[in-house]
Write a protein that binds this ligand. Structure first.
Ligand code: OGA
Ligand code: MN
Length: 238
C-alpha cells in the first residue's frame, strides 16, 4: 500500500491539505530553521521583515475561505486606543475587525504557527515575547488606515506587529498598499502590495505605517506579539 496516500486518506481533513501540526522544535526541518534564522536576522538588522509566503498554501487557502465565509455582523468597526479609551474614527481607520481565537480549527492552526514563530524568535532574539493576539481586518472599498504606530501610548506591551495578506489576484490599481515609514522621516521605506500569502513583520513601536486607500475589499490578519507587563511589576531604574 502507498503509505503516503494512506496517511492522506485517514488524516482528519478540516480543509484541503491540512495536516495536524507538530510544532515541537525537533520537528522543524533544516528549511524552517533557516527561515526562522533569516527572519531573526532581518528583524535584528533592519527591525522589519517582508516574507513573500512562508505558511503552507493549504493554511492560507483555509484562512481565506474561513474569512470570506463570515458575515458582516461578525465584524465590528475597528477603534483606536484601548479599553475605556476606544474611539471609532472613520477618518483615521475604516476597517472592520474580528478577533481570532482557538475555537475554529483553521484559526487554531494559524495561532499554532504564530506560537511556533514566537518561540523561535524568543530563542534567537531574546525578546521575551509572551503572547500573540490577532484579528481579521476587512477594509471595504474606499477604506484606509492613516499613519500610526501600533504600540499604544503609555502601554508598550506590543512589541512585534505582523500582517498576513489574504487577497488573491491583487493588482496595482487595487491600491491598499502598506506604507512602512522609518522611525524618523517622512518618506516610506517600503510599499507593500497586500498580495495573497505575503507577511510583513515589524517592530511595533519603531515603524509608523499606514494603509493606503483600497479600491477593492482588502483582507488581512493583523497581529501583535506582546510582552507581559501587566503583573504590576515596576520597571527597574536605569
Ligand atoms: C493595523 C495595520 C496594516 C495592514 O491593523 O494596525 O496597520 O497592512 N495594518 O493591514
Ligand atoms: Mn498598524
Amino acid at each position: 500500500m502507498n503509505l503516503c496516500l494512506f496517511a492522506v486518506y485517514i488524516s482528519p481533513l478540516p480543509f484541503p491539505g491540512h495536516r495536524p501540526l507538530d510544532t515541537s522544535s525537533s520537528a522543524l526541518g533544516q528549511e524552517s530553521q533557516d527561515l526562522y534564522a533569516r527572519i531573526s536576522a532581518s528583524l535584528s538588522e533592519r527591525g522589519y521583515c517582508l516574507l513573500p509566503s512562508w505558511l503552507p498554501a493549504g493554511l492560507i487557502d483555509a484562512l481565506f475561505i474561513h474569512f470570506t465565509s463570515l458575515d458582516e455582523q461578525d465584524f465590528k468597526e475597528a477603534a483606536i486606543g484601548r479599553e475605556s479609551n476606544q474611539l471609532v474614527n472613520p477618518f483615521i481607520r475604516g476597517d472592520r475587525i474580528h478577533w481570532l481565537d482557538r475555537t475554529h480549527p483553521v484559526t487554531r492552526d494559524y495561532l499554532d504557527w504564530m506560537e511556533n514563530l514566537r518561540l523561535e524568535l524568543n530563542k534567537r532574539l531574546f525578546l521575551g515575547l509572551f503572547d500573540y493576539e490577532c484579528q481579521y481586518a476587512w477594509y471595504p472599498p474606499g477604506a484606509f488606515y492613516k499613519k500610526h504606530l501600533d504600540a499604544f501610548q503609555g502601554n508598550t506591551n506590543r512589541i512585534l506587529s505582523t500582517v498576513l495578506y489574504l487577497n488573491p489576484d491583487w493588482q496595482p490599481q487595487d491600491g491598499g498598499e502598506l506604507l512602512l515609514y522609518p522611525p524618523a522621516g517622512d518618506d516610506p521605506i517600503e510599499t507593500v502590495s497586500p498580495q495573497y500569502g505575503r507577511m510583513a513583520i515589524f517592530l511595533s513601536n519603531e515603524f509608523p505605517h499606514e494603509v493606503a486607500k483600497t479600491n477593492k475589499a482588502r483582507r488581512s490578519i493583523a497581529g501583535w506579539f506582546r510582552v507581559n507587563n501587566s503583573l504590576g511589576t515596576v520597571d527597574p531604574p536605569r
